[in-house]
Unconditional design. Structure first.
Ligand code: NAD
Ligand code: UDP
Length: 336
C-alpha cells in the first residue's frame, strides 16, 4: 500500500511542487490549505501535470476540530509541514498574526500527530533564522539569531521539534532555505502573486512581460564584485527533491529512535543582482530595463551557504543550472 503523506499548506508555491514530486516518487499525498495565499488554479495545474488530483481539504490549521477529522479519515505515515505566512517585512508590521498563524496552527498539528502516532515530519525552516553577522558561506553550525517575527516563528518551531523528538519520540528534519525561485519545468506552477512582487526574479519577469516598467536594483555600493547584493538562488524543483531525500532518511530509521537534525538547502553559489540580470537577458534574448537605487532597508549584502552536510548525509545536490531555471520560468510567463 502507498505511504500517505499529509502536506499542510500544500497549495502554496513550494508545496504544490512538493505534492508533484512526492506523487511522482510513488507516494500518496493529502493536501490541506486555507487558500490564504493561493488559489484553486494551482490545484487544477497539479491535476494537469499528474493527470489526477490528490485529495485536497480547504481548512485552516488553527481549526483543530476540522484538522482532527482529517487525521481520522486517513492513516497518515508522515507529515510535511510549512509555515503559512512567509513575508519577513509584513511580519514586522503584524507580529501577532504571524505568531498566531505560524505557531498556534502548528501546535494543533503537533498535538494531533502525537495523538494519532504520526511522528515523522519534515519542516521547512528558513535561512532567515541565521544571524546576519555570520560570514558566508553559512554552515548549519552558524549562529541562529532571528531578527523578524517571521524568522522567530521558524526558530521557535525548530526548538519545539527538537524537544518533541527528544521527549515524544518524533523524527524530524528542518530544512533551511532562502531564495527558492522559478517554477515547474512544465511551466504550469509558480509562485502565486496577487500584488507587486518583492523578490528579485518574479519582479524581473514582470518587467520582461511588460507588467511593470522597470526593475529597481536595490544597492550598488555593497562590498561585492559589482556592488549589488549576492544571493544563493535555488531551483524550486531541486529544493523539493531535498524533501523527498529527507523523507527517505527518516523512513530508514528503524526501531524506537528519535531524530532531529537541520540541513541547509542551497546551491552553495552566490549570484549578484547584475549577474542575474545578465543571465536572464542571455537566456530570454530580451533586455531587462533597470535603474540603480539606494539599498533596501534590512537587506544583507551577501548570502550563500556551505552545502557539504546535505550532500554527504542526504545525498542531495542542486542539479539545475540558473540558465535552465530561467528557461522554465520564461515558459510560464509566456503562457500568461
Ligand atoms: P506560500 O505562501 O506560497 O504557501 C503557503 C501556503 O500556506 C499558502 O497556500 C497559504 O494559503 C497557506 N496557509 C497560510 N496559513 C494557513 C493556515 N493557517 N492554515 C492552512 N493554510 C495556510 O509559501 P511558500 O513560498 O510555498 O513557502 C512555503 C514555506 O517555505 C513557508 O514555510 C516559508 O516560510 C518557507 N520558505 C519560503 C521561502 C520563499 O522565498 N518562498 C524562503 C524560505 C522559506
Ligand atoms: N532586489 C532588487 N530589486 C528588487 C528585488 C530584489 O535589487 O526588486 C535585490 C535585493 O536587494 C537582494 C536580491 O535582489 O540583493 C534578492 O532579493 P530577494 O527579495 O529576492 O531575496 P532576499 O533579499 O529576501 O534574500
Amino acid at each position: 500500500m502507498k505511504k500517505i503523506l499529509l502536506i499542510t499548506w500544500g497549495m502554496g508555491y513550494i508545496w504544490s511542487h512538493a505534492v508533484v514530486a512526492f506523487e511522482q516518487a510513488g507516494y500518496r499525498t493529502v493536501i490541506v490549505d486555507n487558500l490564504y495565499n493561493s488559489d484553486l488554479s494551482t490545484y487544477e495545474w497539479i491535476g494537469n501535470i499528474l493527470w489526477y488530483k490528490p485529495d485536497f481539504h480547504e481548512l485552516d490549521l488553527r481549526n483543530k476540530n476540522e484538522l482532527e477529522e482529517i487525521f481520522k479519515k486517513y492513516d497518515f505515515d508522515w507529515v510535511l509541514h510549512f509555515a503559512g505566512l512567509k513575508a519577513p517585512f509584513e511580519s514586522q508590521e503584524k507580529p501577532v498574526l504571524y505568531f498566531q498563524n505560524n505557531i498556534s496552527g502548528s501546535l494543533n498539528l503537533f498535538e494531533l500527530m502525537n495523538t494519532y502516532d504520526v511522528k515523522n515530519i519534515v519542516f521547512s525552516s528558513s535561512a532567515s533564522t541565521y544571524s546576519t553577522v555570520n560570514v558566508p558561506p553559512i554552515t548549519e553550525k552558524c549562529n541562529q539569531v532571528p531578527e523578524t517575527p517571521y524568522a522567530t516563528s521558524k526558530f521557535v518551531w525548530e526548538k519545539i521539534l527538537e524537544d518533541l523528538s527528544k521527549f515524544s519520540g518524533f523524527r524530524s528534519i528542518n530544512l533551511r532555505y532562502f531564495n527558492p525561485v522559478w517554477c515547474h519545468p512544465s511551466g504550469h506552477i509558480w509562485e502565486y502573486l496577487d500584488d507587486i512582487p518583492n523578490n528579485l526574479f518574479p519582479y524581473i519577469f514582470q518587467v520582461l512581460s511588460g507588467r511593470l516598467p522597470s526593475l529597481k536594483v536595490f544597492g550598488s555600493d555593497y562590498d561585492t564584485l559589482d556592488g549589488t547584493g549576492v544571493r544563493d538562488y535555488i531551483d524550486v524543483v531541486d529544493l523539493v527533491d531535498a524533501h523527498v531525500l529527507a523523507y527517505k532518511k527518516l523512513s530508514g530509521i528503524t526501531g524506537n529512535f528519535w531524530f532531529n537534525d537541520s540541513f541547509n538547502v542551497w546551491t552553495g553559489k552566490g549570484t549578484s543582482v547584475l549577474q542575474a540580470i545578465d543571465v536572464v537577458e542571455t537566456v530570454v534574448w530580451k533586455k531587462v530595463e533597470y535603474s540603480m537605487m539606494d539599498r533596501r532597508p534590512g537587506d544583507i549584502p551577501v548570502s550563500y551557504c556551505n552545502t557539504n552536510k546535505i550532500q554527504i548525509e542526504l545525498g542531495w545536490k542542486s542539479l539545475t543550472s540558473l540558465e535552465q531555471s530561467i528557461q522554465n520560468s520564461w515558459k510560464f510567463y509566456n503562457k500568461q
